[in-house]
Design a protein. Structure first.
Length: 212
């Protein structure tokens, strides 16, 4: 082995060691962030103050940074231009049919609306409704109480040059949240499972039951 090869081997060993150290540090930081969120939830007084403030805030609120950084980064959030966070509040419990008093309907028709969507998918559609030039990347559960559920939604500007140049975001198709193409949408559509029991879930429940 010549001197040049020995130098290249030393450089490779040093870079491998530094990469391992960086990986351990990143994983440790993620663990600490996750533990700090659990500690905040266990502290009753501090957690109550957070929830009371979220109740006073608007139903859809743009945030400067995510409340759960480790969860947001795992689901695609990046601190760059064109990406931002939105916190959404969704009412828990029963929902009513929209414009129930208008039009003709059966006497036995209920005012209660049996939701087929989950709360997370509803939060994604409400979040993207105020930002028509953006698409939903992903979302995660934040908190809940007796009246509300809170979710944080990751939005990205589909036409921003920084997003178009980043291969991690891919091609953000229009209306992902409305078409049920996000993770939460695929869940309530039954597309997380295959085989026995979900034969009618593909391509969709409506398309499967149509007479061709």
């Amino acid at each position: 082995m010549c001197e040049h090869q020995r130098c290249e081997l030393k450089i490779f060993v040093i870079e491998s060691f530094l990469n391992r150290r960086l990986l351990v540090t990143t994983m440790t930081l993620t663990k600490y962030l996750r533990d700090s969120w659990s500690t905040l939830q266990s502290d009753t007084l501090r957690w109550r103050e957070h929830v009371m403030q979220w109740r006073r805030d608007p139903a859809v609120l743009r945030l400067e940074h995510p409340s759960r950084l480790e969860r947001a980064r795992a689901l695609g959030f990046r601190a760059k231009e064109g990406v931002f966070m939105v916190r959404v509040r969704v009412s828990a419990g029963g929902h009513t049919r929209p414009d129930f008093d208008g039009g003709r309907h059966s006497k036995r028709m209920r005012t209660i609306l049996a939701l087929r969507k989950n709360y997370q998918a509803i939060a994604e559609t409400r979040a993207v409704g105020g930002y028509t030039n953006c698409e939903v990347v992903n979302s995660y559960f934040l908190a809940k109480d007796s009246k509300h559920h809170w979710f944080e939604v990751i939005l990205a500007d589909r036409a921003h040059p920084a997003i178009l140049a980043d291969h991690r975001f891919g091609v953000l198709s229009r209306g992902r949240a409305y078409r049920g193409l996000t993770a939460a949408g695929r869940k309530h559509r039954g597309l997380r499972w295959k085989g026995k029991g979900v034969e009618k879930a593909r391509p969709s429940r409506r398309a499967h039951s149509r007479l061709l």
